[in-house]
Design a protein around this ligand. Structure first.
Ligand code: HEM
Length: 131
């Protein structure tokens, strides 16, 4: 029987190993996204610093990390990019791959996926009814 009560009191961010572990996930996520023909174009011309900020925000925020992201909200940040539901799924899948490769436990990955799913409405371009 596994008994690790303290895990329940820590954020997932802490449970997976904090900053260094997250950095490894972020690096892997970045490689996967930019190697994906569907996604690469979205990041054309995006400054590296902002790209890095995107990845760190995406990974840390959803894991309950100590991230005080003070940038634009998600809807504003992705407005006008015409991100489709399929694009969104691709990004989410790369994140899951990066987390899996880093040995993050399935229960934590499930929570990450649930949180990511909750941001979809802000990120995917929903076409207003044609008028
Ligand atoms: C899945 C959840 C996602 C989260 C939590 C997220 C988070 C963010 C955040 C916080 C920013 C603002 C960065 C800044 O202002 O510096 C941003 C920008 C951006 N995101 Fe996302 N994102 C997500 C999904 C996506 C998807 C699906 C795509 C494309 C397929 C995408 C492409 C971009 C691009 C191109 C930028 C602009 C970078 C810039 O010029 O500032 N994101 N994202």
């Amino acid at each position: 029987m596994t008994n690790q009560p303290d895990l329940e009191e820590r954020s997932d961010y802490a449970a997976v190993g904090g900053g260094p572990a997250i950095a490894a996930v972020v690096d892997r996520f970045y490689v996967l996204v930019l190697a994906d023909d569907r996604l690469r174009g979205f990041f054309d011309g995006v400054e590296m610093v902002r790209l890095k900020r995107h990845q760190v925000a995406l990974v840390s925020q959803v894991m309950g990390g100590p991230v005080s992201y003070a940038g634009r909200d998600l809807r504003e940040a992705h407005e006008g990019m015409s991100i489709s539901p399929e694009d969104f799924v691709s990004v989410a899948e790369h994140l899951v791959t990066a987390l899996t490769d880093a040995g993050v436990e399935p229960a934590i990955i499930d929570r990450v996926v649930a949180t990511i799913a909750g941001t979809e409405a802000d990120i995917v371009e929903t076409r207003p009814a044609a008028g």
